[in-house]
Design a protein around this ligand. Structure first.
Ligand code: 5RP
Length: 225
């Protein structure tokens, strides 16, 4: 089975989880990326049962609206009942690296606001230790070099994501070879660098449920007790 077929299976598993829990006023959070695009496509059948969605990117908003699903501003949503999104890496504690698609800041905001964060991925995303995937960091454009120097001093190798501007008008540094054995501390340290908008470590707000698609089917991982 190809990685894309597995992504589709993970997305369908998320739909099976969410569908029986939908209520009249459910607000659904929808992330960004190729795995979530399968989820959005499958959501079309449920459009009449979804009150509204909040979305983590202009691209996902466009896809949702094309299906006739109303996309509202997070400020207008009383709360977000479920947030469904992919990941670039996940560990067994459901801590994640996200932001490969550059939508990390809005993703982190919706995850923070969500009652339940359901992460969907193919099984290649599960790793023993986070950090093989370069960690995306969104920066204010004028702070890019300053932030890059600070991160180099922390042992990472920052690479400017050329010709990429986030939906918030900012730039991305992809950090290679950063030691993420203590991801909680690193998430906080990166947040403290002036000029950093957001980093792609989801540890303070990890996923609540990880639906992993593999050759043997869907595996559900829950956080350690
Ligand atoms: C976008 C993200 C995505 O969730 C992540 O990059 C995974 O993408 P895909 O589903 O295409 O593998 O964080 O900013």
């Amino acid at each position: 089975m190809t990685a894309d077929e597995l992504k589709k299976q993970a997305a369908e598993a998320a739909l099976r989880y969410v569908e029986p829990r939908l209520e009249r006023d459910t607000v659904l959070g929808v992330g960004t990326g190729s795995t979530v695009n399968h989820f959005i496509a499958a959501l079309g059948d449920l459009r009449s049962r979804i009150d509204a969605a909040v979305s983590s990117s202009d691209e996902s908003s466009r896809r949702l609206e094309e299906l006739g699903i109303s996309v509202i501003d997070l400020n207008a949503a009383g709360s977000v009942d479920f947030y469904v999104d992919g990941a670039d890496e996940a560990n067994r504690h459901l801590q994640l690296i996200k932001g490969g698609g550059g939508a990390l800041t809005r993703e982190k905001i919706i995850a923070a606001a969500a009652k339940e964060f359901i992460c969907i991925a193919d099984e290649s995303k599960l790793v023993p230790v986070l950090g093989k995937f370069p960690l995306p960091v969104e920066v204010i454009p004028m702070a890019r070099s300053h932030v890059a120097r600070k991160i180099s001093a922390m042992g990472g190798i920052p690479v400017y994501r050329d010709e990429f501007v986030t939906d918030n008008g900012n730039h991305i540094l992809d950090i290679h070879k950063l030691d993420l054995r203590d991801p909680r501390t690193m998430e906080a340290q990166l947040d403290h660098i002036t000029g950093v908008v957001c980093n792609g470590l989801f540890v303070r707000r990890a996923a609540d449920r990880l639906l992993l698609a593999g050759a043997q089917g869907i595996r559900t991982l829950l956080p350690d007790a």
